[in-house]
Ligand binder design. Structure first.
Ligand SMILES: Cc1ncc(COP(=O)(O)O)c(C=O)c1O
Length: 450
């Protein structure tokens, strides 16, 4: 690649790569692509040396920040020793894989103790869905196949994950019919609740109860939830208590998707620590490898794992070839070591106070309808004249994203909402700088885009 000039490389990129969520036509613009060349702390640096403050931890992944030599060194050492040990079937496992499994069992809430590795969060969701189904089959309830999911939830883009995702962007009619296992339930979002207009009366939890009754509890294998939904949506504690109780009463497994929230994002080790939820199965992804290498995991409770003992026919019927790749488990283990050593979970909680105070200043903007936060996860909801029901739209989102990029802030918005989740290493000064650019972006939107 050294034989190519930067311009030639970018031209090749525009011709050949297919970017997710990107209109291919946009790549015809010669300025549409940049080369990300280096990373340092909360900054990404492009081929021109321009620095971008990363307000998204690159799609929620890089909790420890960019350019951690310690992780690169550990992976390099592992790769020199052994690049791959097979898909983890008997007899071979590797030291980093075992150490990571043990560390996850130690950190995870309740009695989650058995770790199945995958290569991504989506694939961990797929594995969790199959695990729940097989658990019930081996527990004498083969008819339990349905999975309840919350409206607006996002669990990944593969077919199974898509079938249990309520986000309308993912649930495009183009891909219907979805897998019939998915059944939608209310998300318990105080900002857009359809069940109570005044003080919360837990109508959403009652609605879940009604869905379970209507669908027949004997047909329901699991419910999958994000403990804090993207956009820093925090459901009332009573909603979670009721959901947990409904699961217990109806023999429904609780799958908690911590792909985004695990390892400090919301100021606790796991998102479910806020509500005391006790998952039967937990799903990990993005923050596990910290963006350094692809890895996901499913952590099952001792009770769930017990149903997989007793003869070959009870083996978990799932086997991703490259899962438990020792380079990836080494990266994840080192990522977790850094999070622990640098107290990044606690830092997220304390730095979250400054983050909250600074985000609140944006409420002065006429376009801002709502600001939410928990730990270092934040969201701003916009609407024309502050009306949440009149969103700015995709074109405005594109122009705001470009404005931020030109101003040195990497944050993508679809238009009506900003989801803000920087690396947990962010400093007060960097938060101030981020909010300053957001402030200018909102002024630009109010003056130019309405
Ligand atoms: C909550 C949640 N679960 C699962 C996934 C899928 O993870 P990935 O795309 O990294 O495989 C995502 C992706 O954004 C997510 O936000």
């Amino acid at each position: 690649m050294e034989d190519y000039s930067i311009d030639e490389l970018l031209q090749l990129g525009r011709e050949h790569i297919w970017l997710p969520h990107t209109q291919l036509e946009d790549l015809e613009d010669p300025h549409s692509l940049s080369l990300a060349v280096t990373g340092n702390g909360c900054y990404i640096i492009d081929h021109d040396g321009k620095r971008y403050l990363d307000a998204s931890a690159l799609s929620h992944c890089c909790v420890v920040g960019h350019g951690r030599k310690e992780i690169a060194d550990a992976v390099y050492k592992q790769m020199l020793n052994l690049e791959f040990a097979g898909s983890g079937m008997i007899p071979f496992s590797t030291s980093p894989t075992i150490m990571l499994a043990a560390r996850l069992a130690e950190l995870s809430p309740g009695n989650l103790s058995r770790v199945f590795f995958t290569t991504s969060g989506t694939e961990a969701v797929e594995a969790a869905l199959k695990m729940a189904r097989q658990y019930h089959a081996q527990n004498g309830s083969p008819n339990k196949y349905k999975v309840l999911f919350r409206n607006y939830a996002f669990h990944g883009f593969t077919w199974g994950a898509m079938s249990v995702s309520g986000d309308p962007v993912i649930r495009s009619p183009m891909f219907e019919p979805m897998n019939p296992m998915g059944v939608m339930i209310p998300e318990g979002n105080p900002s857009r609740c359809q069940y109570c207009s005044g003080p919360c009366n837990l109508g959403c939890a009652r609605a879940i109860e009604a869905v379970i009754e209507y669908e027949d509890p004997d047909s329901i294998a699991a419910v999958i939830v994000e403990p804090i939904a993207k956009g820093a949506v925090v459901s009332p504690p009573e909603y979670w208590q009721d959901l947990q109780l409904l699961c217990k009463e109806n023999d429904i497994l609780l799958i908690v998707d911590e792909v985004v929230t695990a390892f400090g994002r919301t100021g606790t080790w796991f998102g479910c620590d806020h509500s005391g939820l006790e998952p039967d199965i937990m799903v990990l992804g993005k923050t596990l490898g910290g963006g350094y290498l692809p890895i996901g995991a499913v952590v099952a409770s001792t009770e769930v794992a017990e149903r997989f003992f007793g003869g070959r026919e009870k083996n978990f019927s799932h086997s991703p070839t490259l899962a438990a790749h020792p380079a990836c488990t080494t990266a994840a283990l080192t990522n977790l070591e850094i999070i622990g050593r640098e107290n990044l979970v606690q830092r997220s909680a304390t730095m979250g106070i400054h983050f909250r105070d600074r985000l609140d200043t944006l409420l002065d903007h006429s376009s801002v309808a709502e600001v939410r936060y928990i730990g270092l996860l934040g969201a701003i909801e916009l609407g024309v004249n502050g009306d949440i029901h009149t969103p700015f739209g995709l074109t405005a989102g594109k122009r705001m994203s470009k404005f931020m990029l030109d101003s040195g802030l990497f944050l993508v918005t679809r238009g009506s909402s900003f989801s803000i989740h920087p690396p947990l290493t962010i400093t007060e000064e960097e938060i101030d700088q981020m909010v300053h650019i957001l402030d200018r972006t909102l002024t630009f939107a109010e003056e130019e885009l309405t």
